[in-house]
Every structure is written in structure tokens, then in C-alpha cells.
Design a binder for this molecule. Structure first.
Ligand code: SP5
Ligand code: ZN
Length: 347
């Protein structure tokens, strides 16, 4: 199986993460996440880890707005010049918004401090010196994996960070700034192809939901912790089913804390039945391993065997499949979990 991974992910490595209460902690999304998965894949006989191809900016423009992409490209340099309230001499090496648009608010402000709030839904998608380069590398990993599958591979894996499924057309959040899963799906669309996205990350894939909410060409399905108690709180409820032409082409499966292998697999079967009846040309899996029992951000009880069974059942759809890395923060077990998920796709 071809696995696309770029060393450029190291360039995005924010000094801290801010949690509710203003507590700062070591970020959960660390470079070691990708390193652990690469190491585990290199121990298999089947993984062919290679750098991505450069697809340029055009495919990113099909998913994200031009003004948002321009913000991401220029934000850090602008931040170093403007520096927010404290002035440029005290600009921190990491840009977070701290003011967010209320409902019925005005449009885009001018200052980069304002834009940082305008373009993010929380404080967990920091922009640093190297962030834009890292984002492009991740996007190109997802697009390379999609291209491999378009060219006839049975499956391909985009091994990247930061993750992407919380990022919408013009906003970031939850470590995500570019929606890599959506890029892969969008690039697989053609006049006679339809794509299904199955999001198994522990958190609701609000960005992906948003991007394809009015599309009937892309069926989006997310299994996740019930947003009434878990991030991202404002999206991911069962009654959100698409809009306009996309009505009926989005499904959320909110699950309780403590969800076991058995309960998860029962729900997964419902999602897989929906995918079978949609009969897509391609499948994109938003693969977050924060469903794993020891994950520090999750509270599901999914075992390593459960992860393997999830992989088996998805592979049994027998669809050409792009697997895109999303969350998963139990770093010592992350590689094993991805190997368990991916192995069923190796013929
Ligand atoms: C892609 C992805 O998985 N993003 C997750 C973003 C979650 N952000 C909320 C973090 C809340 C941390 N709460 C600490 C709980 C420690 N047990
Ligand atoms: Zn997650």
C-alpha cells in the first residue's frame, strides 16, 4: 500500500495548547504522532512510504475560500508585523485569535488579530512560522493518496498532521486548518463518480459536514462522541441530515461515553449499509484513532482488536479507498492502531 508522508509536518509544532479555563498544556497534536505511525508501518511488509506529489493550490481552492487560504498564507508574517494589542515587539511566536464573531456580526475585520478570531472556531488551531508549509504538505499527501486510488490502487493512506476534519470552507478549529479528507474527496469527483466519506474520528467531523452539506455527490457520515457533551459541541447531532440538494446525504451517529467495540460496530454497520445503498465510486475514510480506549482526549472503549474489526468491515465494502489520518493522541499505540486499521486493505 502506498503511504504518503512528508517531513514538512515538523514545521508546525506550536509551543502549547490552550484548554478551557485558559490552562496551557503540551499540545496533543505532536510530530511524534506521525513518527510513531511511520515507524510501525516500516515494520510491516506492505507499506511503501513515500513523499507526496505537489498538486499546487488549485485543488485547495475547490474546498476552501480564497480569502481563507490567503489568510493562512500571510497570517504569521502579518502577526509578526502587527503583533496585536501588545505591538510587534511583543508578538508571540504563535497566533491564536482571542475575539470571536458573535451571531449577526459584521464581516471580516482588517487586523490580523481580528482575522485570527474570524477564521477559527476555538483556540486550538495555532498559526506559527512553519504552519502554512506544513498545511500544504498535508494537503498534498491527501491529494497524492487520492491520485493513487484514482490510478487503480485498491487503497492508499495519507499520513499527515495536523488533522483536518474540523476545518470548514473558511475556518479552522480543533488543530485543523485545511480539510485534507475533503480535498481527497473533492479531487475524486468527476461527472460519473460519487464519493462517500466515512469519519470514524472520536469527534464529530463538523468541517467535512459543512463543506459537503448541500452536495448529493458526496455522502458524508460521521460516528462520534455525542456533541451535547463533547467537542465540537455545536455540530454533529443526529437531526443534521444535509440541506437543499444535499438533503439526506449527511448522517451523524452520536455515541455515548464508554462506547464499546460491540456498540460501535453495531452503529458502524448502519453507516456501512447507507454507503452500500449510495453505491459510491470511491470511499474516503477520515481516520481518527482517538476512539481507542487509552486515548487522552476520548472516552470510548475501543480495543486494538476492535480497530482491526472496524478496518475489516470497511474494507469489506470493496471500494477503492483513501484513508486520511485525522486525530489519535495515544501516541505510543498510534502506529499499532493504524496498522490494525489498514491491514485489511492489503490484498
Ligand atoms: C482532530 C481532533 O481530534 N481534534 C480534537 C480537538 C479537541 N479539542 C478539545 C480538547 C479538549 C481537551 N480536554 C482535555 C481532557 C483531558 N482528559
Ligand atoms: Zn478527534
Amino acid at each position: 500500500m502506498r503511504v504518503f508522508c512528508s517531513d514538512a509536518h515538523h514545521a508546525h509544532n506550536p509551543p502549547h495548547e490552550i484548554l478551557e479555563g485558559g490552562v496551557t498544556v503540551t499540545p496533543f497534536d505532536l510530530p511524534a504522532r506521525v513518527e510513531n505511525v511511520v515507524a510501525a508501518l516500516r515494520r510491516t511488509a506492505w507499506a511503501d512510504v513515500q513523499p507526496p506529489r505537489d498538486f499546487g493550490l488549485t485543488p485547495l481552492r475547490a474546498v476552501h475560500s480564497d480569502d481563507y487560504l490567503e489568510y493562512l498564507r500571510t497570517a504569521f508574517e502579518r502577526w509578526q508585523h502587527e503583533g496585536g494589542q501588545l505591538g510587534p515587539e511583543r508578538a508571540s511566536p504563535v497566533l491564536y485569535g482571542a475575539t470571536f464573531p458573535p451571531r449577526r456580526s459584521r464581516g471580516r475585520p482588517k487586523s490580523v488579530a481580528g482575522l485570527a478570531g474570524y477564521y477559527t472556531m476555538d483556540l486550538s488551531s495555532a498559526v506559527t512560522q512553519g504552519t502554512y508549509a506544513t498545511l500544504l504538505s498535508g494537503a498534498h499527501c491527501a491529494l497524492s493518496a487520492a491520485q493513487a486510488v484514482k490510478d487503480g490502487d485498491r487503497a492508499a493512506f495519507a499520513l499527515l498532521r495536523p488533522p483536518g476534519h474540523h476545518a470548514g470552507r473558511d475556518y479552522g478549529g480543533g488543530y485543523c486548518l485545511i480539510n485534507n479528507t475533503s480535498l481527497a474527496a473533492q479531487s475524486l469527483l468527476a461527472p460519473h463518480s460519487r464519493v462517500a466519506i466515512l469519519d470514524v474520528d472520536y469527534h464529530a467531523g463538523n468541517g467535512t459536514q459543512d463543506i459537503f452539506y448541500e452536495s448529493r455527490e458526496v455522502l458524508t457520515i460521521s460516528l462520534h462522541a455525542d456533541p451535547s457533551f463533547q467537542y465540537p459541541f455545536f455540530m454533529g447531532y443526529a437531526d443534521e441530515v444535509g440541506e437543499g440538494a444535499g438533503l439526506g446525504f449527511h448522517h451523524n451517529f452520536p455515541l455515548p461515553a464508554g462506547t464499546t467495540d460491540e456498540a460501535y460496530l453495531r452503529t458502524l454497520d448502519k453507516a456501512l449499509a447507507l454507503i452500500r445503498s449510495f453505491a459510491p465510486t470511491y470511499l474516503v475514510v477520515a481516520a481518527g484513532m482517538d476512539i481507542y480506549q487509552d486515548d487522552p482526549l476520548g472516552d470510548f472503549k475501543i480495543t486494538a482488536a476492535g480497530v482491526g474489526e472496524i478496518g475489516q468491515r470497511i474494507a469489506a465494502l470493496k471500494l477503492p479507498t483513501v484513508i486520511v489520518m485525522e486525530g489519535g493522541y495515544c501516541i505510543p499505540r498510534l502506529g499499532e492502531n493504524f496498522v490494525a486499521l489498514l491491514t485489511p486493505f492489503v490484498n
